[in-house]
Design a protein around this ligand. Structure first.
Ligand code: FAD
Length: 496
């Protein structure tokens, strides 16, 4: 549907979700809508989303934001994946890379060939066939190039979350977004439609609009509180409901181009290297660990003394049943939350913005747009939820009540089906868009120690000698090209 001129769009919230939405609307729907953003300095932002996914690059590029300027402003580093330690069993370690393993041979996905030779003399871990894994392990980084075999990877950013929203704010205000400082005290709604007509601020200002984007964080001021959209609770599958976060100074040595997730007795701990410091946090289940114990465990694990008082954050896994109701669309934490194990929240913000632009309404909201948007959001949430649960459930750990619980809990049928398919045939359930695609599932299945009963029989059509030669050549090419990549820190200096 063509966008009608000058819809009045009101965004409530000036965190990452609010300013990403404002930036995208001002750049991509600028002529079609007039954007006002309301935020309250008294409430502040959650400010802990530091690790991202490669999709953010497309967002930055699409808006025409200069990557160097963005990275310098947010103290960003490059990210090639996430390293998981101690998840499948204590002592295990694997990297979930941004990119694929190897290349298909005879049209059959690489992991089938690798499974066929697994355990044979001279066969390497599957990570040796991933440029992102090999580069991450050597703390090297180069931009993917079509000229190389190593182009089969992507990269994301790790950045200071408190600097991203202010960066986008300046950028958006230069493009006409109006910012209003104030606290929403009341929401005026239309009778009988229930649509939101205006936000009443505590200082008496009244902000009218046609479309309201709720980016008010966990408070979910419009969708959750005013419209009372039901909450779908997923904490029985994802029991972590708290985090304690503390930054520390960067230790000497390389800046690792990856996020680390280390399993802990009641959850896991993140380590995110930035240019100016390292972000750390312990995500835990309050049913299995008290706050003081979690804080002590986090501080004990820091490589250098904490640079700030540890911050406690509370959350619940789940989402509002619908994200778009009436003329309110929730983006970011106001629509739901899945814990940060795979750095998916900012991706969900970006995905919602993309879908909103696709379904951007005129003066009248068409149910087909609203339903299309909600269906896309549902599918993404469900898949990410299953992927996260896999990290907990696919474990042999029984050394703490938390790990025993997640290992033995009932999982969603949708994940049970995916696991069954993998165990029986090494196949990954396919879908055309969104998170996560085949290489990601393969990384986590294998990384967590789920070895399938068989591989695709068609892989056997390739002779063993030819296969071993292809594997050795690929491994050597990746090793050679990664050895020529600059050190990550040097690459950052060039990008500064
Ligand atoms: C422990 C933890 C770790 C995380 N790690 C990651 C990660 O590594 N990667 C990732 O992608 N994501 C991560 N996230 C999620 C990420 O931080 C958020 O998705 C992202 O910051 C977006 O937040 P938001 O803008 O929706 O909400 P917020 O940052 O909370 O912003 C809410 C805004 O609404 C405003 N507001 C609220 N109520 C009112 C009111 N009544 N009147 C006026 N204004 C109001 C506030 O002032 C604020 O501006 C993490 C989250 C948590 C809790």
């Amino acid at each position: 549907m063509p966008v009608q001129p000058r819809s009045r769009v009101v965004i409530l919230g000036g965190g990452t979700a609010g300013w990403m939405t404002a930036a995208a609307l001002s750049a991509l729907a600028g002529a079609a809508c007039k954007v006002t953003l309301v935020e309250s300095a008294d409430i502040g932002i959650v400010g802990v989303g530091e690790a991202t996914l490669p999709h953010l690059r497309a967002f930055i590029t699409r808006l025409g934001i200069d990557e160097h300027a963005f990275m310098a402003a947010t103290e960003a580093t490059f990210k090639l994946g996430i390293e998981f330690r101690d998840f499948g069993r204590i002592g295990d370690r694997y990297i979930h890379p941004f990119g694929s393993y190897g290349q298909p041979l005879n049209g059959i996905a690489f992991h089938h060939h690798w499974l066929r030779r697994r355990g044979a003399d001279g066969t390497s871990p599957i990570g040796d066939y991933s440029p992102a894994v090999v580069a991450a392990e050597q703390s090297r980084f180069a931009f993917p190039s079509n000229r190389n075999v190593t182009n089969s990877f992507g990269y994301a950013y790790q950045f200071d979350a408190t600097r991203f929203a202010p960066f986008l704010r300046t950028w958006s205000e230069e493009r006409g977004v109006r910012r209003v400082e104030g606290l929403v005290a009341n929401v005026d709604r239309d009778d009988p439609t229930g649509d939101v007509r205006a936000l009443q601020l505590s200082d008496g200002q009244r902000i009218e609009g046609d479309l309201f984007i709720d980016c008010s964080g966990f408070r979910s001021v419009l969708l959750g509180t005013a419209l009372d959209e039901p909450w779908e609770d997923w904490s029985h599958w994802l029991p972590c409901d708290r985090a304690v976060a503390a930054p520390c100074a960067s230790p000497p040595g390389p800046i690792e181009p990856f996020t680390r997730a280390v399993a802990m007795p009641a959850g896991w701990r993140w380590r995110i290297p930035l240019r100016h410091r390292v972000g750390n946090g312990y995500v835990y289940s309050s049913a299995h660990c008290d706050d003081a114990t979690a804080q002590a465990a986090l501080l004990d694990a820091l490589e250098t003394p904490s640079l700030a008082e540890p911050r406690l954050l509370r959350f619940k896994a789940g989402r509002r049943r619908r994200s778009w109701v009436g003329n309110v669309i929730a983006v970011g934490l106001a629509s739901g939350f899945l814990e940060p194990l795979e750095s998916t929240s900012i991706y969900l913000v970006q995905m919602a913005i993309t879908r909103l632009l696709e379904h951007f309404p005129g003066r009248t909201i068409e149910p087909v747009d609203r339903d299309g948007f909600n269906a896309a959001v549902d599918a993404e949430y469900d898949r990410i939820r299953d992927f996260l649960i896999l990290h907990y459930h696919a474990t042999t750990r029984d050394d703490s009540p938390f790990w025993d619980h997640v290992r033995t809990m009932r999982i969603p049928d949708s994940l049970e089906e995916k696991l069954e398919l993998w165990r029986r045939s090494a196949q990954v359930q396919q879908y055309g868009y969104g998170l996560f695609l085949e290489p990601s599932w393969v990384a986590v299945y294998l990384g967590q120690g789920i070895i399938p009963e068989r591989w695709d029989q068609r892989a056997d059509l390739l002779g063993e000698e030819a296969l071993d030669r292809a594997l050795a050549e690929l491994r050597a090419a990746i090793a050679r090209e990664v050895a020529a990549m600059p050190d990550h820190r040097d690459q950052l200096m060039r990008a500064a």
